[in-house]
Design a protein around this ligand. Structure first.
Ligand code: DAH
Length: 339
């Protein structure tokens, strides 16, 4: 009889289960009302007196072992269920990460970079916090020049020499100071002007500056380059260079693209003229070349500046420039499918 109990002790110690039901069956088998332990206890009176002590000890060991086993298995199971409660089903498939989208400004900027890279232009950048020399003086806009008022500038209060650049033309100067002709570069970037914010204008926006300096560069080269640009970007090759004034170019022109007058929206965006202004351009003023260490007797060149925000708004029918900086995901999400 004692041997039988010992066998049960070993069995109890070996036992394992990971469901509530299996543990309960085990508990009933040993500790239930009609369980083995009670059976053994009932046998107790039939055991000869000299074996009673050993028998009693064996049943108690079995009882302890069975109790301990049940408690241990229950605890283990509980702790596992708790984990599931906390983290959910750990075997479930992961959640897909939501992909972001490129900002329309970046999309258009990259398109412009791509077009110009095909005709030999590299990309250059300059600082947004600029000094007076690079933003104004070197560009033929000395102190007290009235044309400085064309651009409402944000100055740093403690130092009138430091400002937020009002145009990317400042990068022209930096590039010419640091590189020798031939130069073919475009400089995309953010610019700042102290203007009231509305649907049509903002106190910061984006431009791409273009600069081409070499021997014998002519106004015809400028027009051709701009024509390639508008054809590639808008699918429109008809452009018009309207005489204008910029201190850093001579002669200077405003660049208009013929948008057409086919739809109501064409009428709206071109104010009924069919023409749309996209930027300024001209032959780099000899004074600017001299200021940047390039001999105007040997070299000539052209420059142009176009607004990226304006183009992004045109290409994507965005009617309020403020949307471009408000970071509303409902707006930004719409550009997911665009490269
Ligand atoms: N910097 C001018 C502006 O912000 C745009 C511009 C006009 C740039 C003529 C040029 C240029 O390079 O040649 O209004």
């Amino acid at each position: 009889m004692i041997d039988k109990i010992k066998e049960h002790i070993t069995e109890v110690e070996k036992f394992n289960a990971d469901t509530k039901e299996a543990i309960e069956t085990f508990r009933i088998k040993y500790l239930g009302k009609k369980g083995l332990l009670n059976e053994f206890f009932a046998e107790f009176k039939n055991v000869p007196n000299d074996q009673k002590k050993a028998f009693g000890q064996a049943i108690n060991t079995l009882k302890l072992a069975a109790n301990e086993k049940v408690n241990l298995l229950k605890e283990t199971l509980d702790s596992q269920t708790e984990e599931v409660g906390k983290y959910g089903d750990l075997t479930r498939p992961g959640e897909a990460m939501a992909l972001g989208s490129r900002h329309p400004i970046s999309i258009v900027k990259n398109q412009i970079i791509e077009i110009f890279s095909r005709i030999g232009f590299n990309v250059s950048e300059g600082p947004e916090i600029e000094d007076d020399w690079h933003n104004f003086t070197a560009l033929n806009l000395p102190e007290y020049h009235p044309a400085r008022d064309m651009q409402d500038t944000f100055f740093i209060q403690t130092d009138p020499d430091i400002l937020l650049r009002t145009h990317t033309s400042s990068v022209q100067v930096r590039y010419m100071e640091n590189n020798k002709p031939p130069i073919r570069t475009i400089s995309p970037g953010r610019v700042y002007r102290n203007e009231a914010i509305s649907a049509r204008s903002h106190c910061f926006f984006h431009q791409v500056e273009g600069l081409y300096i070499d021997k014998d560069v002519s106004f015809a080269d400028l027009k051709q380059t701009l024509q390639i640009f508008t054809t590639e970007l808008f699918g429109k090759s008809k452009i018009r260079l309207r005489p204008s004034y910029f201190p850093f170019t001579e002669p200077s022109a405003e660049v208009d693209v013929y948008w057409g007058l086919k739809t109501e929206s064409d009428y709206k965006i071109t104010k009924g003229t069919g023409w749309l202004e996209i930027g300024g351009c001209g032959m780099v003023d000899p004074n600017v070349l001299t200021n940047c260490g390039i001999d105007p007797e040997i070299y000539s060149g052209f420059a142009f500046g176009v607004g990226i925000d304006r183009i992004a708004m045109l290409l994507h029918q965005i009617t309020d420039i403020r949307l471009l900086s408000e970071n509303d995901v409902r707006f930004l999400d719409q550009f997911k499918s665009t490269l």
